[in-house]
Design a binder for this molecule. Structure first.
Ligand SMILES: Nc1nc2c(c(=O)[nH]1)N[C@H]1C(S)=C(S)[C@@H](COP(=O)(O)OP(=O)(O)OC[C@H]3O[C@@H](n4cnc5c(=O)[nH]c(N)nc54)[C@H](O)[C@@H]3O)O[C@H]1N2
Ligand SMILES: Nc1nc2c(c(=O)[nH]1)N[C@H]1C(S)=C(S)[C@@H](COP(=O)(O)OP(=O)(O)OC[C@H]3O[C@@H](n4cnc5c(=O)[nH]c(N)nc54)[C@H](O)[C@@H]3O)O[C@H]1N2
Ligand SMILES: [Mo]
Length: 764
């Protein structure tokens, strides 16, 4: 155990002086006090770059400093003055580097040269770009002759619309739809749930809705850490008197109270804004029951109003004109007992009725949610229940109201929009077939879980990754890593070294790319790119910093390089011209997806960006029956009351990480310092298991007999969370998630409720 570890309760507001101090210290640590600070002012600005951290909306009229603590950290992490040149790799074998932590690997700094793994010395050695492309092309061509479906093209959600469009085209010209992306571990649940209920795969809320809402309901989203810029909207809404009701097993400080580091008044006075007006510590996996409770209370109040001939609680006109399935839903709600709801949610009837009363008295309600809803076996039902709740009050397609899934990576939503998807029906295959004169593959491709299965059973032979840290992000680490080593080919396009690059195939390449903050100079001049934010608005992004090394290539250039070396020549597909001038890529995107991207280049000049069409906002329902539908109810299984021995683990992000990029071992808001090897526990569970603070425990996954899954040596840390619920960090706890434990319809790994047993570690 790390001697430096320490634990305390965090009683300060999120933001505030702690936030400023954290920004300063990371700039210093990455050796970039001045450059970093200047770049920060161009973050999320029309003439600057779109933040590489979260996907939260960028306002049309940004503040002087339109960034947050975590955005600043992500900028510093990319602009670091530290480098990992070939000399670094000469000093360390891959086997040695496998002993390094996630933090240590990335903290080494930016990759500078293309590298190829050398089996004889077990080292990554420098290779020229030309040789790298030629060799990768030869490998991919050989695999294509045997089986074009044996190669997977993964994308983490950061690459631009332009890069992503080329990447999906590469996969399809190669011959498959194997385009899993990080969304498969994240909001794929949303993309499956919402088309059935309201006919859009994304959220319906725009930034200005926050100016008109009366209530905001937040489920399973850690706003203060994951999308801190949203705190501005929450704070402004609170100042107008709007109410915020939060459902989260943990009392996350950023959802309790907030001090805005950009507001001098709040920085200098102890008065802080209270964020949540009601905070419900739902059990993890208990949201289906909690949402059923909210809806039940609303239907009961409406039944009473009807009986008493007073004004209705539900929006009866909306329900009649726009929805289908309300009566069945209401009938089910009248049947479900409060006893079941309370047992499964861990919340009292009174608390849920209070929240329902807030909902009922609000003219416009926004429903926000994150991974706390999507990463569950019943994740799709969770999301559909939020949609059901909003429909009861007519809160879709009304100013100030709507559903707001908060996306993760800064362009993860946009990647799907331009065709990175394993589901052929969601990609513009016909338009591409015509334009590029080829027959695109029509079979469904592999998603994240299926790609892992394919690597485990040997049917997948090569894995190409456009960013990300796949083997570290997916479940079942201890089964996945050995399987990965049997691949023929792994190719990673990356900015920094991570563990996935060390868990490599027989032949392996590391291709270092420019980050989005860096100036991208091509034959056609300095290039800009674009991204789609969480509210469906497209924005331009221009690099502002000098590249980390002159040997880096842009992601567009790398994808084009691989394509040219791999695919037979096709005059209709101008890879070279695209790489010279990205405006030409946008012209093609506009041709292939005119509904969203018509006049793409011209519209991108608008400093506020441009929105995608969202028919649900206009109450046009692109569902099979042309109505908004009540779905996903009737299941109350996931929240089954905890057994005495089996606890439910949720895997969490700290305040100082971006996914698998671990900035430090501290989690300031949760009062945990110097270690991530902790298990957060309720004191009653600790007492029952005869455990004391600081005891070391081993955690074992339950319920899947195919393999033993264990994480050893976590430190018991008493924490304010519901009984039966434990918390640990992602990715350290990923060995505990069975690959087959995923959301039923969306196949998103169910990382927020893993059945586990906890036992004292054997004394060494
Ligand atoms: N700083 C920072 N920002 C990020 C990221 C990052 O790692 N660091 N990652 C980015 C990405 S890719 C994503 S997807 C998003 C993720 O951002 P979030 O959606 O916030 O995801 P998490 O932080 O995993 O967990 C969210 C919250 O869910 C709660 N929770 C857990 N289980 C349950 C449950 O069963 N019910 C309810 N109601 N709540 C539950 C947890 O206590 C936690 O507060 O953030 C993006 N932004
Ligand atoms: N247990 C558990 N597992 C989870 C989750 C969870 O909550 N719990 N969350 C899931 C979620 S929501 C997600 S989105 C996934 C994340 O999975 P990924 O997206 O695969 O992982 P990241 O950690 O975001 O990837 C970090 C790496 O991306 C590379 N990178 C950074 N910037 C760039 C760039 O500009 N270009 C390129 N080419 N590469 C770059 C760097 O090499 C860095 O090491 O993890 C999932 N896994
Ligand atoms: Mo994500």
């Amino acid at each position: 155990m790390n001697d430096a570890a320490s634990f305390e309760t965090y009683e300060h507001p999120a933001g505030g002086w702690g936030s400023l101090k954290a920004v300063g210290s990371i700039l210093l640590r990455e050796h970039i006090p001045i450059l970093g600070a200047r770049a920060l002012l161009q973050q999320n600005k029309p003439d600057g770059f779109a933040c590489v951290s979260c996907a939260w909306a960028k306002p049309g009229h940004p503040r002087t400093a339109e960034f947050c603590e975590n955005g600043a950290k992500a900028t510093a992490w990319e602009l670091t003055a530290k480098r990992m040149p070939p000399a670094f790799f000469e000093q360390h074998t891959v086997t040695q580097l496998l002993g390094w932590s996630d933090h240590e690997l990335e903290a080494g700094g930016r990759l500078t040269r293309p590298m190829r793994w050398d089996a004889a010395s077990d080292r990554y050695l420098e290779i020229s770009w030309d040789d790298a492309f030629a060799e990768i092309g030869a490998e991919l061509r050989a695999l294509r002759r045997e089986d074009p479906a044996s190669v997977v093209f993964y994308a983490s959600g950061r690459a631009s619309l332009e890069t992503s469009y080329l990447y999906q085209l590469l996969a399809r010209l190669y011959g498959n739809n194997n385009l899993p992306d990080s969304s498969n571990m994240c909001h794929e649940t949303t993309s499956v749930a919402l088309p059935e209920t309201i006919g859009v795969p994304v959220g319906t809320v725009r930034l200005d809705d926050f100016e008109h809402c009366d209530a905001i309901f937040i489920f399973g989203h850690n706003t203060g850490v994951s999308s801190p810029r949203m705190l501005h909207q929450l704070q402004e809404a609170r100042q107008r008197g709007a109410k915020i009701v939060t459902f989260n097993p943990l009392r996350e400080p950023g959802l309790v109270h907030f001090a805005n580091p950009q507001s001098p008044v709040q920085m200098l006075t102890p008065a802080e804004t209270q964020v949540s007006t009601q905070y419900l510590q739902v059990r993890n996996g208990g949201d289906l029951a909690a949402l059923a409770g909210l809806c039940k209370a609303l239907v009961a109040a409406d039944d009473a109003a009807l009986a008493a001939s007073t004004s209705r609680v539900l929006d009866a006109d909306f329900l009649a004109a726009h929805t289908e399935g309300f009566e069945d839903f209401a009938a089910w709600l009248r049947e479900v007992s409060w006893t079941t709801i309370a047992a499964e949610s861990g919340l009292s009837r009174a608390a849920l009725e209070q929240a329902a009363a807030t909902f009922a008295e609000s003219r416009a309600v926004i429903g926000i949610y994150g991974m706390g809803l999507t990463q569950h076996v019943e994740g799709v039902a969770n999301v559909q229940m939020v949609s059901n709740l909003l429909l009861l009050g007519g809160h879709i397609g009304r100013p100030g109201a709507g559903i707001c899934p908060v996306r993760g990576h800064s362009n993860v939503q946009g990647q799907r929009t331009v065709g990175i998807t394993e589901k052929p029906e969601l990609a513009p295959l016909d338009a591409m077939a015509k334009l590029y004169r080829f027959e695109p593959p029509r079979e469904k491709g592999l998603n994240t879980v299926e790609a892992c299965r394919g690597v485990l059973d040997g049917s997948v032979r090569a894995f190409v990754a456009l960013g990300g840290n796949f083997t570290r992000a997916v479940p079942d680490t201890d089964r996945i890593e050995p399987a990965w080593k049997k691949l023929r080919l792994t190719v990673n396009i990356a900015t920094k070294l991570n563990r996935s690059h060390l868990v490599h195939g027989e032949v392996s390449y590391l291709l270092p790319c420019l980050g989005r903050i860096e100036i991208d100079r091509q034959a056609g001049g300095e290039q800009s790119v674009s991204v789609e934010d969480s509210t469906g608005v497209m924005h331009v992004s221009r690099g502002v910093a000098e590249p980390a090394a002159h040997t880096l290539r842009s992601e567009v250039a790398i994808v084009a390089g691989i394509a040219l070396a791999t695919l037979p020549p096709n005059p209709a597909v101008p890879w070279e011209a695209w790489a010279e001038n990205y405006a030409r890529i946008r012209e093609h995107i506009a041709q292939v997806l005119p509904e969203v991207f018509h006049d793409f280049n011209a519209r991108l000049e608008d400093p506020a960006g441009f929105p995608r069409p969202l028919p649900a906002r206009e109450r046009v329902w692109k569902t099979k029956n042309g109505k908004a539908n009540f779905k996903g109810y009737g299941l109350l299984r996931e929240g089954a009351a905890p057994s005495q021995q089996v606890l439910r683990l949720m895997t969490l992000r700290s305040d100082d990480q971006f996914n698998t990029s671990i900035y430090s071992l501290d989690d300031r808001f949760r009062g945990i310092h110097g270690t991530r090897r902790v298990l957060l526990m309720n004191v009653l569970d600790m007492a029952r298991l005869a455990l004391a603070e600081g005891d070391m425990v081993d955690v074992n996954a339950e319920g899947f007999e195919d393999a033993e899954r264990r994480v050893r040596g976590l430190r018991v840390t008493p924490y304010d969370l519901p009984e039966g619920c434990v918390g640990g960090y992602y990715p350290e706890c990923n060995p505990l998630i069975p690959l087959e434990h995923f959301a039923r319809q969306s196949m998103v790994p169910a990382a927020k409720a893993i059945p586990v047993r906890v036992a004292r570690s054997p004394v060494a």
